[in-house]
Design a protein around this ligand. Structure first.
Ligand code: ADP
Ligand code: ASP
Ligand code: MG
Length: 438
C-alpha cells in the first residue's frame, strides 16, 4: 500500500482538489493524507487569537469570511444538487461549532479543537467529491487512530493497531482519505503534531502500515538545492539520503517537516517529494542510498541566538561542558550548534523562552556574550572527511560574509555556518553560485 500526502496548496481551491482526485484514482489501493486548504489553519489560529484576547466580534468576523469562502467552494466543486446540499449541511455544522467557542471560556484545549477543523473540512469535501464522482473511497478519521503518548511523542503501537481497525472496518476500498496534522494526546484530548505536521502524519501512517512508498505532494518539483524563496536558479535534487533530508528539513527546508524523516527511515520506506502542479516531474527520492562525494543542497534556519561563554578559570577543566549543558537542559532548551576553544564555548539556540534565566546562570562560569538575530546556514551532502575540498568550496563562497561560528564533524552530512540574519540572502545566493551553478 502507498501513502500519499497532499499539502495545503495542493487542496487550496476546488480546481486543485479535482486535480488531486485525478492523481489518486488510478485503481491502486492507497491511504491519502490531506492538509487543510491553504490559509485555513492560519485563519483558525487567528480566530483563536481573538478569543484569547476576549474579542468574540473579531473571531466571528473571521469565521464569517471563512464560511463564505467555503460555501463558494461547494458551488464550484460538486455537480449534483444532492452532494452540494450534503456538504453545505456538514459545513454549516462546522461553522456553527466554531461560533460556539466565541461564547464560553477559552483555553489551549479549545484552541486545539478549533485548529483541527481545517483538516476535518478539507477531507470531508474531497471524500464527498470522490463519492459523487463514483469512486470507491471512504474517510477514516485521524482522531480515531492518530495518538501521542505522555511525552507528546507519537504512539506508534496504538496508531498501528487502531488504524488497522479502521481499515478492516472498510475493506476493499480503493481510497482511504484521512486528516494530516491532527491527533489525540495521551488523555484523549484533541491535539496536533505542530504546524506543518501533516508530513509527519503521512510518515507515521506509512510506518504503521509498512507502506511500499510515502509520497509527499506539494507545490514544487522536489527538494531544491537551495531555498527558492530567497535564491534564484535553484534546481531539484533527484536523490537524498534520509540523513541528508533530515538535516535539510531541520535546518529550514520548509518542503519537509523535520519530524517526518524519522519514522520512514526506521521503517526503511522511501519517501518521494512530488509536485501536484507538474505530476510527471521526477521530484526527489529519499532513501537509504548515498551518492558518494556530492554536495546536495543548502538551507537556512532563522531566529537563532548565539551564546558565547569565555572563561579563563574553566579553561579545559573537565566537567565544564557538562555544567554548561546542564543549564540548557534544565530549561528544556536544545542546542543546535556548538564550537569549543581553549578559552570558552559558543552555542546556538532557537528557543529563547528562557534566555534570560540561562544567561544568568551561565554568568557563574565566565563572561557571557549574546548575539540575537542570527541564522544558521547549513550545507548538506555526503561530506565525510575522505571527501576532500568541500569545506574550502563552502568557505570560499562565504568569503565576503562575517561568519560567527562553524560546525563540522557532528555528522558526515552537514557543515554549518552561523551568520547574521542580515547576510542570509547574500550567503545563500553565493553558495548556490559557487556550489551548484558553475
Ligand atoms: P505544503 O503546504 O504542501 O506542505 P509547504 O509550503 O510546507 O507545502 O512546502 C513547500 C514550500 O517549501 C515550497 O513552496 C518552497 O517555497 C518551500 N521551500 C523551502 N526550501 C525549499 C527547498 N530547499 N526545496 C523546495 N522547496 C522549498
Ligand atoms: N494545516 C496544518 C498547517 O497549516 C498542517 C499542515 O499543513 O501540514 O500547519
Ligand atoms: Mg508543509
Amino acid at each position: 500500500m502507498k501513502v500519499l500526502k497532499f499539502g495545503g496548496t495542493s487542496v487550496g481551491t476546488p480546481q486543485r482538489m479535482k486535480d488531486v482526485v485525478k492523481l489518486i484514482t488510478d485503481g491502486e489501493q492507497k491511504i491519502v493524507v490531506l492538509s487543510a486548504m491553504s490559509g485555513t489553519t492560519n485563519s483558525l489560529v487567528e480566530i483563536s487569537d481573538y478569543l484569547y484576547k476576549k474579542n468574540p466580534e473579531g473571531a466571528n468576523e473571521t469565521i464569517n469570511t471563512l464560511e463564505k469562502k467555503y460555501k463558494k467552494h461547494v458551488e464550484e466543486l460538486y455537480t449534483t444538487a444532492e452532494m452540494k446540499q450534503k456538504t453545505l449541511a456538514f459545513l454549516k455544522e462546522e461553522f456553527d461549532y466554531l461560533r460556539s467557542f466565541t461564547k464560553g471560556i477559552f483555553t489551549m484545549f479549545e484552541e486545539k479543537i478549533i485548529v483541527a477543523q481545517g483538516e476535518i473540512m478539507s477531507t470531508n469535501m474531497v471524500t464527498n467529491y470522490l463519492i459523487e464522482q463514483g469512486y470507491n473511497a471512504t474517510l477514516i478519521p485521524a482522531l480515531e487512530f492518530m495518538r501521542t503518548d505522555k511525552n507528546s511523542e507519537p504512539d506508534l503501537e496504538y496508531i498501528r493497531e487502531k488504524l488497522k481497525v479502521q481499515l478492516d472496518e472498510n475493506p476493499e476500498k480503493e481510497i482511504y482519505i484521512t486528516q494530516g496534522f491532527i491527533c489525540r494526546n495521551a488523555y484523549g484530548e484533541v491535539d496536533n503534531l505542530q504546524r506543518g505536521g501533516s508530513d509527519y502524519t503521512a510518515s507515521l501512517i506509512g510506518a504503521a502500515v509498512n507502506a511500499s512508498e510515502i509520497q509527499i505532494w506539494t507545490d514544487i518539483d522536489g527538494m531544491h538545492n537551495n531555498d527558492p524563496r530567497f535564491v534564484e536558479n535553484t534546481s531539484p535534487v533527484n536523490h537524498l539520503h534520509f540523513e541528508e533530508a533530515a538535516e535539510l528539513a531541520y535546518f529550514g527546508a520548509k518542503i519537509l517537516h523535520p519530524t517526518c524523516v524519522q519514522p520512514a527511515k526506521y521503517a526503511g520506506i522511501p519517501v518521494k517529494l512530488l509536485n501536484t502542479m507538474d505530476p510527471t516531474a521526477p521530484g526527489t527520492v529519499i532513501s537509504n542510498e548515498t551518492e558518494r562525494g556530492k554536495i546536495k543542497a543548502v538551507a537556512a534556519k532563522d531566529n537563532i541566538t548565539a551564546i558565547k561563554i569565555t572563561s579563563s578559570r574553566m579553561l579545559l577543566a573537565y566537567g565544564f561542558l557538562r555544567k554548561v549543558f546542564e543549564i540548557f537542559e534544565s530549561y528544556k532548551t536544545s542546542i543546535d550548534m556548538i564550537a569549543t576553544s581553549e578559552v570558552g564555548v559558543s552555542v546556538s539556540i532557537d528557543n529563547t523562552t528562557h534566555l534570560d534565566a540561562i544567561v544568568n546562570e551561565l554568568k557563574k562560569f565566565g563572561h557571557v556574550q549574546v548575539d540575537k538575530n542570527m541564522c544558521i546556514i547549513c550545507v548538506v551532502g555526503d561530506l565525510d572527511a575522505e571527501n576532500v575540498g568541500f569545506e574550502s568550496k563552502a568557505t570560499e563562497a562565504l568569503k565576503e560574509i562575517p561568519v560567527r561560528m562553524i560546525s563540522y564533524g557532528g555528522s558526515n552530512h552537514n557543515i554549518s555556518f552561523l551568520i547574521s540574519a542580515d547576510d542570509k540572502k547574500k550567503a545563500l545566493q553565493s553558495l548556490s553560485d559557487h556550489l551548484f551553478n558553475n
